[in-house]
Design a binder for this molecule. Structure first.
Ligand SMILES: C[S@@+](CC[C@H](N)C(=O)[O-])C[C@H]1O[C@@H](n2cnc3c(N)ncnc32)[C@H](O)[C@@H]1O
Length: 303
């Protein structure tokens, strides 16, 4: 193997291990429930919070359309969307890089009395035969894996001919990225240098003080200034997140160039960065604005 390729493979392996450790320690969605982790009450609260805040997901995913189909979810987290596929009658398989997520997703299904198959697996190297699934679903996952091209080759490989991929990626053209992160978060990072600044940010954004202190510690580790890439990593899924990327519509189309049909739709205004009026917007206006400047770019692709 040429030296440059070997070095980049090694760097990806090391980064993937940091990604795994981060999600192993912070199973996705678990901070949105204060019930005892792993109980039915815990999963119900995670689910309620998810579909209240991201109310577009059931519309965008159309769980009901998967009745009788073989669905693979990549990066299933605690299995909240997985449960909707299973309730709709899909034959569901969930994989995730971490044991923490897979253990919780299994408990979620068991306590709901639903069937699903679960495996710890890496999106970039799936151990399923070619043409196994009718649908591959992946929500908020592939922008966290070091080699997204490898992951999408796997999505394509395991889909049956005519099968569909539904993949949500963070959107470069969103208000959340262009204004919330690049302008407001960058300005807010300056305030995190002092305890009084932390309190001001807490009052302005509602972000918990503990979380802001973790961000302040990350900032100190970065000698007081994040690079653009690091600012993005730290601004999406909590302090210490080792990797997050954003994609423009054109970049997303290019990633899915091996698929026959590709359609893109943007959803979800992250209202934390829309001061004062954010929470007053009616859903119809929110959806219209999100269709252009939403943070979640859904890719619908057909093999
Ligand atoms: C932000 S959470 C999303 C979980 C769930 N899809 C949701 O929307 O709530 C990201 C998940 O992706 C998983 N993940 C990250 N990289 C992965 C990879 N290469 N292969 C499989 N899962 C991965 C993480 O372990 C974590 O559970």
């Amino acid at each position: 193997m040429p030296d440059a390729i070997a070095a980049s493979t090694e760097a990806n392996t090391e980064l993937k291990e940091r990604v795994r450790q981060f999600w192993q320690a912070h199973p996705c969605g678990s901070k949105f429930s204060d019930a005892e982790i792993g109980t039915r009450e815990f999963f119900d609260r995670v689910e309620r919070h998810r579909y209240e805040k991201e109310w577009h997901i059931p519309l965008a995913a159309d769980f009901a359309a998967t009745k009788g189909l073989r669905v693979l979810e990549i990066g299933c987290g605690v299995g909240t969307d997985g449960l909707q596929f299973a309730r709709a009658g899909a034959i569901y398989t969930g994989v995730d890089l971490t044991e923490a997520a897979i253990d919780l997703a299994r408990s979620n299904f068991a306590s709901a009395g639903l069937r699903g198959e679960f495996r710890v697996a890496d999106a970039e190297q799936l151990d399923f035969p070619d043409e196994t699934f009718d649908v591959v679903y992946s929500h908020g996952v592939l922008h966290h894996t070091p080699d997204i091209q490898a992951a999408l080759r796997e999505v394509h490989r395991v889909l049956k001919p005519g099968g569909r991929a539904l993949v949500m990626l963070y959107h470069r053209g969103s208000y959340n990225y262009q204004i919330g992160i690049r302008v407001l978060r960058r300005a807010g990072a300056g305030l995190l240098r002092s305890e009084s600044g932390i309190k001001i940010v807490n009052r302005l954004t509602g972000e918990p003080i503990d979380s802001l202190r973790e961000h302040a510690a990350s900032l100190r580790n970065a000698q007081g200034r994040f690079s653009s890439a690091e600012l993005l990593n730290q601004s999406t899924d909590g302090a210490g997140n080792p990797l997050a990327r954003v994609y423009s519509r054109r970049e997303a189309r290019d990633l899915f160039r091996n698929f026959r049909e590709v359609d893109l739709r943007a959803y979800f205004l992250n209202k934390r960065f829309i001061p004062l009026i954010g929470n007053l917007l009616p859903r119809s206006i929110e959806a219209a604005l999100a269709s252009r400047w939403g943070w979640h770019l859904w890719v619908y692709a057909k093999k």
